[in-house]
Write a protein that binds this ligand. Structure first.
Ligand code: SAH
Length: 323
């Protein structure tokens, strides 16, 4: 069993994770995680491994399982998020394992650092987000830098995992440099250290000061998008309701908008406007520039008959309700 034990406190471990550890004969994991579940380990074979012995851990787990033992391989957060689930499946496939064979595999999901840190600082992930690991131990820097550049430009809320370690100190500075090319210097940033652990620490800052903060191995850095704000010590990314509803009035929809329907600037409305602008003489190149979209995409959209989309949206809107 590949068990995600959550950020670190028992209260934030799932029932299934606890049960999986309880029913196992062998528990394998990095020393820190073993310590976090110390009280669940009585009478079990416990294998503590160092940080760089990840593949060893998976190989050992497979060997024990083949002896008929139940093995819990524990990861912090979620075992599939920068965790042991991937390497374990790779080791299994290498050993000729298939889902039908002797050893049964279960991945037990857990709250990842991004969930834990977001909960502690407010509601920063209420709109599109992504995570990027700054660790270049297994990923070339240009790959990481390209992803940073792309998501900075695309205005995602971003969680930076593995932002800094004793030896890796410049990566966060480079991440900041790439982000500042696309985002305002006062973009809100939350630096969360040891979420739900003894040394928990939360610091709010801005993009231009991000790299000056106390950041280490147990820190996750949350960078807001262009709408994210911090108020009363809480970091919040608006979901977009203000685009559609009068938040301070009677909750009615804004002029031109309808409840349960795409925004007037949603796909259908946007297509209509695009066609109108084109008909009025705006060139495809100009439209592409204005909407920051590729010209061939604009061209393809302009060739899609509006009726097709309208009919589909009409049919779907009867099933769809807003959440
Ligand atoms: N599988 C883990 C991630 C492992 S990578 C998960 O799903 O959370 C290790 C990185 O996770 C750390 O460098 C840090 O960026 C982040 N992290 C893990 N636990 C954390 C915690 N309690 N508080 C803040 N960040 C944490």
């Amino acid at each position: 069993m590949l068990v995600g034990i959550g950020p670190g406190s028992h209260d934030h471990m799932t029932h299934r994770a606890r049960a999986a550890i309880a029913e196992s004969d062998v528990v394998v994991g990095y020393v820190t995680y073993i310590k976090l579940v110390a009280d669940l380990l009585e009478g079990k074979e416990v294998i503590r491994k160092g940080m760089t012995e990840e593949l060893d851990r998976a190989v050992h787990a497979l060997a024990s399982a083949r002896e008929g033992k139940k093995v819990a391989l524990i990861s912090s957060g979620d075992a599939g998020v920068y965790g042991m689930a991937g390497p374990t499946y790779e080791v299994l496939f290498q050993a000729g394992w298939t889902p039908e064979s002797d050893v049964e595999v279960e991945v037990v999901p857990g709250a990842s650092a991004i969930n834990a840190c977001a909960a502690l600082v407010g509601a920063p992930l209420t709109h599109d987000f992504c995570s990027i690991s700054l660790s270049d131990l297994l990923t070339p820097w240009p790959v990481i830098a390209r992803r940073l550049d792309a998501v900075a430009a695309a205005d995602f809320v971003v969680a930076l995992y593995n932002p800094k370690s004793g030896r890796r100190t410049q990566q966060i500075v480079e991440a900041q440099r790439l982000f500042l090319r696309h985002r305002r210097p006062d973009t809100p940033v939350a630096v969360v250290k040891s979420a739900y652990r003894r040394r928990e620490r939360i610091e709010f800052t801005t993009l231009d000061k991000m790299s000056d903060c106390d950041i280490g191995m147990l820190t996750t850095v949350l960078i807001g998008n262009s709408n994210t704000f911090i108020r009363h010590g809480l970091m919040v990314t608006p979901r977009g309701y203000a685009n559609k509803y009068e938040l301070h009035g009677d909750g009615s929809t804004r002029e031109g908008e309808r409840p349960g329907r795409s925004l007037s600037t949603g796909l259908l409305g946007w297509m209509e406007n695009l066609k109108a602008d084109r008909a009025e003489g705006e060139s495809i190149a100009e439209l592409a520039l204005r909407h920051k979209l590729p010209a061939d995409y604009i061209e393809a959209v302009l060739m899609t008959p509006a009726e097709d989309v309208a009919v589909k949206e009409e049919a779907a809107s009867t099933e769809e309700s807003e959440t």
